[in-house]
Design a protein around this ligand. Sequence first.
Ligand code: KE4
Length: 427
Amino acid sequence: MNTARSAKLFAEAQQLIPGGVNSPVRAFRSVGGQPRFIERAKGSRLYDVDRNTYIDYVLSWGPMILGHAHPAVINSVKKAAGQGTSYGAPTELEVTLAKEIRTAFPSMEKIRLVSSGTEAVMSAIRVARGFAKRDGILKFEGCYHGHSDYLLAKAGSGLATLGIPDSPGVPEDFAKHTLTAPYNDIRAVQHLVKEHRDNLACIILEPIAGNMGVVPPAPGFLSALRQLTADNDILLIFDEVISGFRVSYGGAQALYGIKPDLTVLGKIIGGGLPVGAYGGRKEIMDLIAPSGPVYQAGTLSGNPIAVTAGLATLKQLRAQGVYKQLEERSAALAKGIGEAAKKAGIPLTQTRVGSMLTAFFTPGPVVDWNTAKQSDTKRYGKFFHQMLEQGIYLAPSQFEAAFLSTAHSTQDIEKTIRAAHTAFKSL
Ligand code: KE4
């Protein structure tokens, strides 16, 4: 596969941008080789600067659930752009999106729009601390909640990929308020709550972990966590930046029937443009400026173009049968990949919730970060490149989710499974 122009651009990019990328996981560090520079995308396809075409299972790390350049999204963004790109004043669009989110996520009685998942998580934690008047937070190893200082403790995603257990530049003072527990280990949480209850403001988790690879909640884990936090007056925050509108129109909280106190959203609600959101119980959210003393602000929060892209995306997701199709195609893909690995005698542990899935190169089981990191990342890297050479673009890290979109056809799935047979045989 000719990648000369990507190579040239990457060399130049590395002179100007740390690691040549604007987000670490894009640099292919954990799978080796060099990233492909993308020129355009349409439907399930990416097209790189060397005219190579790929079936895309990264989908911009989740937002592109309709596939790339969906006509309804593009047309609405084009129209909105003609009306100006940012006003710094309230718009009807923001009211409409807040209403739509609250309809899909009734636990989000009030909502604040921001410009990224990180910003949404940071703000949710701040208002949780302001409401509870306590500093402590508890997160789970392998979960990633963006790059705010005090959450870079045993985080997943890029940090897991790069093997940075914590990050330099985070003062010990910040990290000391952050407790971590193994995912799916309710007894560990009970123990930490017993010891630290008086200083714990909130517990935050991905209700379906996506940042150590996909790790679903163990049966009863979320309900036990909900009960434990309610009994101890600790706020429960669901980080649904990935799972929100991904695993169902109401996210993981609808799927599992659990009502958190606060929820964080991102990715899909911006349709590929920068939008994050946090929201929850009215009495908590009313603490946020200007209605209350907890300060949070943003120049481009609720940006009309980004909100337009988000609204157009959610409208398409409300169409009949969308999630059924995503479920069927994702199940078919997982089945085919599993059969291919078995035929080649490659030990694989597959996890999936709806259209977010992972194939861990380990006999398994995979239930938390400790078991996920047993995966053979070298073998994953070889598999990744074998698939890339065949025009299949998987996440350049074992510890990320693969995603399907409504644009992935049965022919795409069949082609991917055929490529997997070839790739597994070469390992
Ligand atoms: P952003 O600040 O990247 O918009 O969102 C942070 C975030 C928060 N919560 C969850 C559950 C997330 O998955 C993320 C970001 N996800 C990663 C991929 N796993 C973004 C990709 C990247 O870092 O480039």
